[in-house]
Design a protein around this ligand. Structure first.
Ligand SMILES: [Zn+2]
Length: 389
């Protein structure tokens, strides 16, 4: 090994350095995205360690937050870089942690490894960090540049940020509709299969990037879904399954309760729901969270529902609950991303309209939501509407 040498870093102009920083941060962000849906309650972070050379940046370490949130991205990248971390630069998508958890904070590891400069996208809003990571690094004599690709980093970390600052997870709502705008046939009619295989595969990929999937009890009663990720390569990435069931109507025979072994199922009920039903579910290992109703006999308070999930660590929630739940979330201002699938076929008959006024407003409102797409998935069209943050 010998004495670690500090490579002669060519002096880049500030503009060239900023452009290299951005390039390394872009790579760190794509590493971070790999952890989405898999690191909660911790944020999905990416880190890249490099040396500037006359031929351009030479990357010596890459890392992203591991399943369950540990080890952190910085630790992974430092382990890969080994001695080559000395004198190198590090790009990291979120401020390195400064608090002692189960492992020593990343700030100390970064300083101990001899990193010469840190490029950080944004401050960590977690009150235990909140700028202290950057302060700690600077106190150790390490220059820190903050704000590189900050908007992209905020987007990647948006679920974690919302959990910390707003006490709720990010909500992605998915709805499928026929060409003439229906989400389902009338109650009692045969189940309406709207979209095709390519769209179904996309939905499974989206599920895997979230921490939990939520549906309403009506969807469980109509479809008895499994809500797992059934794509090769992504098995084992199935999020927790959440059923919003105010009156605890769910049958113990439902696949989500007593079906094939899968990820945990949680039920969210109203605070006045039957305790007997809750005991029946606990026999299957299905926990029940209770939240307040909006009024006597009214629907559950959706903000309280989301807060109860955030308390359990959920940062990213994928809602496949059907048009009524979707409309209620949108009306409460609780939809952050809306994925709308439109099939070429028509229902041509009575049915349940997919978009209520609040969802239609998201589709039409370019001041608060940006529109992405359309993208064709087989014969189906996908459009996404993302809250501008
Ligand atoms: Zn850390």
């Amino acid at each position: 090994m010998g004495e670690p040498t500090r490579p002669a870093a060519p002096a880049l102009s500030p503009a060239d350095q900023a452009s290299v920083d951005a390039r390394m941060m872009r790579e760190a962000l794509s590493l971070a995205r790999r952890g989405l849906g898999n690191t909660w309650p911790n944020p999905a972070v990416g880190a890249v360690i490099w040396h500037d050379t006359p031929e351009g940046p030479r990357v010596v370490g890459r890392g992203f937050t591991q399943p369950g949130g540990r080890p952190h991205a910085e630790t992974m990248a430092l382990a890969q870089a080994g001695d080559r971390a000395r004198g190198a630069f590090m790009a990291v998508t979120l401020e390195p942690c400064s608090h002692h958890g189960r492992t020593p904070p990343c700030c100390e590891a970064v300083a101990a490894a001899g990193i010469a400069r840190v490029v950080s996208a944004i401050e960590d809003p977690d009150p235990r960090v909140n700028g202290r990571g950057h302060i700690h690094l600077r106190a150790a004599g390490i220059p820190v540049t903050v704000g590189t690709l900050a908007a992209e980093a905020r987007r990647v970390n948006y679920g974690f940020i919302l959990k910390v600052v707003d006490g709720r997870p990010l909500v992605t709502l998915k709805l499928a509709r026929t060409a003439d705008g229906f989400a389902a046939s009338p109650p009692g009619a045969a189940r309406l299969m709207i979209t095709g295989r390519a769209a179904a595969a996309k939905v499974h990929k989206l599920r895997a990037r979230h921490d939990a999937i939520m549906v309403g009890i009506g969807t469980v009663e109509a479809d008895d879904p499994l809500l797992t990720v059934r794509l090769s390569g992504l098995a084992g990435r199935s999020p927790v399954r959440v059923v919003l069931d105010p009156d605890l109507r769910i049958s113990p025979e439902a696949s989500l309760v007593s079906g094939p072994a899968g990820p945990p199922t949680w039920i969210v009920a109203a605070d006045d729901a039957s305790w007997g039903a809750e005991q029946g579910l606990s026999a299957f290992g299905v926990p029940v969270e209770r939240v307040r109703r909006t009024g006597p006999g009214g629907p559950p308070d959706l903000r309280a529902v989301l807060a109860s999930l955030a308390k359990r660590g959920v940062t990213r929630l994928f809602c496949e609950g059907g048009p009524r739940l979707g409309e209620a979330l949108a009306a409460a201002g609780l939809v952050d991303q809306f994925v709308l699938l439109t099939a070429p076929r028509r229902l041509d008959g009575p049915g349940v309209p997919a978009l209520g006024p609040a969802l239609q407003a998201i589709v039409d409102d370019r001041s608060q939501f940006e529109a992405l797409g359309p993208v064709m998935l087989g014969a189906d069209e996908m459009r996404c509407f993302r809250r501008i943050i």
